[in-house]
Design a protein around this ligand. Structure first.
Ligand code: CA
Length: 429
């Protein structure tokens, strides 16, 4: 084991919650946090364990401080307060719950506070004050750039500045919420004037997202070497995009209505502690690329995440026929050109204050290999080459009734696989 791992990552640990043992996402080594409700009960903090959800406030009396205090702080409709103090309280809570769930003698006390996940409703884990979407997927940036500037796909700032824009938090939806096809202004290349109506080029973007835990005071930047202490955990993000609206509106200030109608997040916050075994070296920059400026330099030896991601589609016809979802693309999270720590440090470098529950998207993570395209605009070469699904249907962009599912997981020899769960949404007309 590396120095970052401890007994909570031991592959031999098993739980008396039988469905947790060998669970692809939520074995006892994971214990992600989310906000759930069951029946008419109020939304509150829970942990995923196998096919069940553990009611954190309800088991507080079985814990000792500081884990008890953390479990009581989870008695809220959002987890901002729980993560606001930094990673320490949640680390204590995760370790204490691990002890309960691996000890048969605790079963009788804990089991009444487990609910089948299939009976629960998941809610957004945080009150999301601000959402920023970066552009760290360099292969995506090159692919998109080529569509507009074949000779010069990457703009000269890309390898110096972690490019991003301030997005819209009010329309971030939790997995399972249908996405309504947006109206907007579009202008066909051969038209003299724009028209208003439903987007014809609705796309997904395969992304991951970092939740901010402890914030920083206005005017006090977060040094890159301390940045990870401000990250609560990771979820999956689908940054839905209307490409025709985007093409007409994006200059000179960037995306607006093309991106603000909906973004979907997976409901579980997989903590940095759970991810410790899966940290990996940031891939070296290609020869000839500039070194990051000093305020963005830090230890790269375990700065990246060994997480695999995949995007799947089902169409209404596929679901009626009982067909398996079709995988559109897959690839690793190491497609990020910038590290999570660099994103946090850069975001706050001018003094911007990050707050608990802020969401930082990675940008579309295209792998650079065949089958690793993180969006339909890449898969279809800008909408010019339709893709054919196994049942013969074709798609250039998403049609009403299509469902996109993104999954992500981490595997490493000697450790239990853990997953992020699902980020799922169907396109409503
Ligand atoms: Ca994006």
């Amino acid at each position: 084991m590396t120095e970052r791992t401890d007994h909570t990552h031991d592959i031999s640990a098993t739980s008396w919650v039988e469905s947790a043992n060998g669970h692809p996402d939520f074995p006892v080594q994971n214990l992600p946090l989310g906000v759930f409700s069951h029946g008419e009960s109020a939304p509150r903090g829970g942990m995923a364990i196998g096919d069940m959800i553990l009611d954190l406030p309800a088991i507080a009396m079985l814990l000792e401080d500081p884990a008890e205090d953390a479990a009581l702080t989870a008695n809220a409709p959002v987890l901002n307060m729980l993560f606001a103090e930094g990673r320490g309280p949640v680390r204590e809570l995760r370790a204490a719950v691990f002890a309960l769930l691996t000890d048969d003698s605790k079963r009788a006390d804990v089991e009444p506070h487990l609910y089948p996940a299939s009976e629960c409703t998941m809610h957004a884990p945080f009150l999301i004050h601000d959402y920023t979407d970066f552009y760290t997927g360099i292969h995506h940036a090159e692919n998109i750039g080529k569509l507009f500037r074949p000779d010069n796909p990457l703009l000269p700032n890309y390898k110096y500045v972690p490019i991003g824009y301030h997005g819209r938090s009010s329309s971030i939806c939790v997995s399972g919420t249908p996405v309504k096809r947006p109206n907007g202004q579009t202008k066909a290349p051969d038209a003299d004037v724009p028209s208003f109506g439903p987007t014809k080029r609705l796309d997904y973007e395969l992304e991951m997202a970092f939740w901010i835990g402890r914030g920083n005071a206005l005017g006090e930047p977060i040094p890159v070497t301390e940045a990870e202490q401000h990250i609560a955990g990771i979820s999956i993000l689908n940054d839905w995009s209307a490409r025709d609206i985007q093409a007409w509106e994006y200059q000179p200030l960037g995306p607006f209505l093309a991106k603000n109608f909906a973004s979907t997040i997976s409901p579980w916050v997989v903590t940095m502690d759970a991810l410790a075994p899966f940290r990996t070296a940031q891939p070296p920059r290609p020869a000839g690329d500039p070194e990051p400026l000093p305020y963005l330099q830090h230890d790269m030896s375990a700065a990246a995440f060994g997480i695999q991601m995949e995007v799947l589609i089902t169409t209404p016809t596929m679901r009626e026929s009982g067909d398996a979802p079709h995988r559109l693309s897959h690839g690793p999270m190491t497609a990020m050109y910038w590290t999570a720590a660099q994103l946090v440090a850069h975001h706050s470098a001018g003094g911007c204050n990050l707050q608990p529950g802020d969401l930082l998207g990675t940008g579309t993570l295209t792998s650079g290999a065949e089958g690793g395209e993180g969006s339909l605009i890449e898969l279809t070469k800008g909408g010019k080459q339709a893709i054919t699904l196994p049942n013969g249907e074709t798609r250039t962009f998403l049609e009403d009734g299509d469902e996109i599912v993104i999954r992500a997981y981490a595997e490493r020899d000697g450790f239990a696989r853990i997953g992020m769960g699902e980020c799922r949404a169907v396109i409503a007309g």
